[in-house]
Write a protein that binds this ligand. Structure first.
Ligand code: 5GP
Ligand code: MG
Length: 179
């Protein structure tokens, strides 16, 4: 049985999506991905840190040729100003002419994904698709072509299954929301 409530750094979270539901949904996503891409040898790009568990579970459900890379999107204050600049770190493979599928844990404002799409497009992939476990439709600030969505969720703060609160909670098998 899943814990109904967990406490992380003094904040209480309640059970929101059980691991069995996540597993089921990932199996469905894997089938959809197979339909679209089983002959394309797609390159999955998993956005660290949050998507590592989703990526690991999804990839093991795929029964066609594919590859995976892991990137980080880091922010830093530009040297000339306090303007926030983002950069993609860790891409070690050429994506030119490849079918690229970005794997995210959660899309909130969509700004991170929007940046990633623009940045990766510079390297001339054949196509880029987006696969996210969670999407907060009401929080979206930009229009994004999200091809695969595990669950649409409300504007709550979620933890577990890779998602953290101040570094904690990534190891929880289920997804919890802040109460
Ligand atoms: P966005 O750029 O779409 O606003 O946010 C993307 C990133 O913010 C996600 O990849 C994730 O790291 C973080 N994030 C957004 N919503 C949540 C949430 O509910 N819980 C956690 N733990 N992280 C979130
Ligand atoms: Mg993320």
């Amino acid at each position: 049985m899943a814990e109904q409530n967990v406490v992380l750094n003094n904040l209480t979270f309640e059970l929101h999506i059980q691991n069995s539901e996540i597993e089921l949904r990932i199996t469905q996503l894997a089938k959809l991905l197979a339909k679209g891409h089983s002959n394309a040898n797609p390159l999955f790009i998993s956005v660290l840190n949050g998507s590592f568990i989703f990526a690991a579970d999804l990839l093991r459900q795929l029964d066609f040729a594919c590859e995976i890379e892991f990137v980080k999107v880091s922010s830093y204050a530009g040297t000339q100003s306090t303007r926030e600049v983002k950069q993609v770190l860790g891409l070690s493979k050429s994506i030119e002419n490849r079918t690229v599928i970005i794997l995210e844990d959660i899309i909130d404002s969509g700004l991170t994904m929007d940046f990633l799409l623009c940045d990766l497009a510079r390297f001339k992939p054949k196509q880029i698709e987006i696969c996210t476990l969670l999407l907060k439709p009401e929080a979206l600030k930009v229009k994004l072509p999200v091809n695969y969505i595990g669950f649409e969720v409300a504007n709550d703060f979620l933890v577990g299954y890779g998602l953290d609160y101040d570094g904690h909670g990534r190891n929880l098998p289920h997804i919890y929301k802040a109460v």
